[in-house]
Design a protein around this ligand. Structure first.
Ligand SMILES: NC(=O)c1ccc[n+]([C@@H]2O[C@H](COP(=O)([O-])OP(=O)(O)OC[C@H]3O[C@@H](n4cnc5c(N)ncnc54)[C@H](OP(=O)(O)O)[C@@H]3O)[C@@H](O)[C@H]2O)c1
Length: 268
């Protein structure tokens, strides 16, 4: 009976992971969130399944991760099959800015860089460290991070993708963390892998300037994916990521790799 921990389960793609995975009544799904009461209420009202559990945890607070790990162990009996590291910080004001835009507000630039790195890189590394003892006792032993096409340096260089600067840097760094953990834990049977969900409709409303910047990047990106028809729904993206997540294995050579929702380097 597989057990899953999904971080960032309060909304967007993380919420959808919990909703879809809990369709299998034999599975145990644990969502990690910052606002436990609000998320429990939302799942109770909208989904209402007894195999969903919500625990509190903040990627910027190591003690909260340790507490979450104890709670997860008591729910699962001390093991964990899948850790889905989905939670992520995207700077709300400057997320779609380019380097030139950011240099107009250098203090904001630095603080966005620091916070993005703290959550998306340091926070996820703390998450791996905290939950590895449970994963090592699990059957499936899969640690999946949600990557982004914006973390691909080759794609960024080829198409001059200029926006999402701190976020993209953090996603590229997280890919390296995944590769390093894979290098260490592959022999112990743990698959570490990064899978990007593709552009998905979870964005907050944007200012005109943000929209203009995103459109410039999207036009350049169309050279890579001329068929791109707009944002996918969370349900569509999660269904694709799940297929890759189920199929991937150490034996197939997937350990430490970084792929799209199609299981390859086609990002849309
Ligand atoms: N949407 C896309 O187009 C897209 C594209 C490529 C990759 N991705 C990746 O897919 C994943 C999910 O994306 P999304 O669009 O669903 O994101 P989202 O709507 O912005 O949700 C982010 C989630 O992360 C949580 N979170 C943020 N900071 C946290 C912290 N310090 N500790 C714990 N949780 C924290 C948020 O919790 P709160 O509710 O408490 O803020 C929320 O649940 C992310 O890793 C993202 O980078 C998304």
């Amino acid at each position: 009976m597989p057990t899953y921990l999904v971080t960032g389960a309060s909304r967007g793609i993380g919420y959808e992971f919990v909703r879809q995975l809990s369709e299998d009544a034999a599975s145990t799904i644990i969502g990690m969130v910052r606002d436990k009461d609000a998320t429990e209420k939302r799942f109770a009202e909208e989904v209402g399944r007894s195999n969903i559990h919500i625990v509190k945890g903040d990627l910027q607070d190591h003690n909260s991760l340790k507490n979450a790990c104890r709670e997860v162990a008591s729910i699962t009996g001390g093991s964990l099959d899948y850790l889905i590291a989905n939670a992520s910080f995207f700077p709300p004001n400057t997320g779609f800015a380019t380097v030139a835009d950011l240099m107009e507000t250098p203090d904001q630039y630095l603080s966005d860089l620091e916070e993005t790195f703290q959550v998306n890189v340091v926070g996820n590394i703390q998450l791996f460290n905290t939950f590895l003892p449970l994963i090592l006792k699990g059957e499936t032993k899969k640690v999946i991070t949600l990557g982004s096409l914006n973390g691909d340096t080759d794609l960024t260089a080829k198409y001059n993708l200029a926006t999402m600067v701190p976020y993209s840097i953090s996603k590229a760094a997280l890919n390296m963390a995944v590769a390093k953990y894979s290098a260490e834990y592959r022999e112990k049977g743990v698959l570490f892998m990064s899978i990007a969900p593709g552009s998905t409709a979870t964005f907050e409303p944007m200012t005109e300037k943000q929209q203009a910047r995103l459109m410039e990047d999207t036009k350049r990106f169309m050279a890579h994916a001329p068929h791109f028809a707009g944002l996918a729904s969370p349900a569509e993206s999660v269904a694709l990521v799940r297929k890759v997540m189920e199929k991937c294995s150490i034996e197939n050579g997937d350990g430490g790799t970084y792929v799209s929702q199609f299981g390859n380097k086609q990002w849309q």
